[in-house]
Design a protein around this ligand. Structure first.
Ligand SMILES: *Cc1c(COP(=O)(O)O)cnc(C)c1O
Length: 315
């Protein structure tokens, strides 16, 4: 199925809602059942049925299908924020006494999760420079259960070799999670490189209009069903049907927005690179990036973020 079909058709059964082009906002907390047996069935199969909106809401379910298909995943969960997606995915992979390896320079609240929050529950983390696979090998302990990646990472836009790290992790029975917010599924598909779970902050490119805070977890049906039945339902950090509807509307233009972002950022960077007050522009596709060949291997194109280093003397 091509991207346009996924974004504009998949998961939407228009026959069910009077042929309306846009899906209804199923603004309900609970659902009615024709008898006790139907209620029991819905409650026992909450992952696919409609029993209560903290579980599976029809407006949110449309997004689940679209986002899973975009990422090349079997299933997805939509949550109330990016950090909620990150926290729920991480909590699904660790327990007291476990050890995590996390790449350096992740998003600030991911950093907080590993440095301040998880130690309260007996989970420790080693941060590594993600540019060299040997740093991951060296950090593995007998109790390491999770490798958390963000590629490219925050501010420095360093990438990690997702295929090599997932191979290493599999050999040690370690779960891998990648935050894929910068690339969106259009520019990078970590699951195809062997990564177990992809998380997104949908607040940024996926919903795209600065009107929704949301997050996404993508993975195998088995893994997503397990997360749903435990962390997702327990923590209850859901997206509302209203926000899910806005998110679906924003997603319709994902392809065209990303095209424009990529072409605009190239012009902005070109301008900044010849500006006398700027020492360096840092971005993954920079010709001077020592990781350029890996960037080209695992990323299709450039997102809109970059960093600048100012010349603070001799201007
Ligand atoms: C914004 C952002 C987050 C946090 O997302 P929220 O939806 O605000 O919770 C996490 N990671 C990255 C890379 C971000 O840019």
């Amino acid at each position: 199925m091509n991207t346009s079909e996924i974004i504009n058709q998949l998961g939407e059964d228009r026959e069910l809602y009077f042929g309306a082009m846009t899906p209804p906002i199923v603004q309900t907390s609970n659902f009615k059942f024709k008898d006790i047996e139907a209620m029991r069935y819905a409650l026992q199969n909450e992952f696919h049925e409609h029993a209560y909106t903290r579980g599976n809401n029809p407006t949110v379910e449309i997004l689940r299908k679209k986002l899973a298909a975009l990422e090349g995943a079997e299933d997805a969960l939509v949550l109330g924020s990016g950090v909620s997606a990150i926290s729920v995915a991480v909590l699904s992979a660790v327990k007291a006494g476990d050890h995590v390896i996390c790449v350096d320079h992740v998003y600030s609240w991911t950093d907080h999760l590993f440095k301040k929050f998880l130690p309260q529950y007996g989970v420790t983390t080693t941060f590594v420079d993600g540019k060299d696979i040997r740093n991951f090998e060296d950090a593995i302990q007998s109790n390491t259960v999770l490798i958390f990646l963000e590629s490219p990472n925050t501010m420095l836009f360093e990438v990690q070799d997702l295929e090599a790290i997932s191979t290493l992790a599999k050999a040690h029975n370690i779960t891998t999670i990648v935050e894929n917010t910068y690339c969106t599924p259009l520019y990078q598909q970590p699951l195809t490189l062997g990564i177990d779970i992809v998380v997104h902050t949908a607040t940024k490119y996926l919903s795209g209009h600065s009107d929704v805070v949301a997050g996404v977890i993508c993975g195998s049906s088995e893994r997503i069903a397990r997360i749903f039945a435990h962390e997702f339902l327990t923590l209850g950090t859901i997206i509302s049907p209203n926000d899910a509807w806005l998110f679906t509307r924003g997603l319709r233009t994902l392809e065209i927005r990303m095209e424009r972002i990529t072409s605009s950022v190239e012009k902005v960077i070109k301008y900044l690179e010849q500006h006398p007050a700027i020492a360096q522009v840092i971005y993954p596709f920079s010709p001077s990036n020592p990781q350029l060949s890996l960037v080209k291997k695992q990323m299709k194109a450039m997102g809109g973020l970059f960093s600048i280093i100012l010349k603070t003397t001799n201007i």
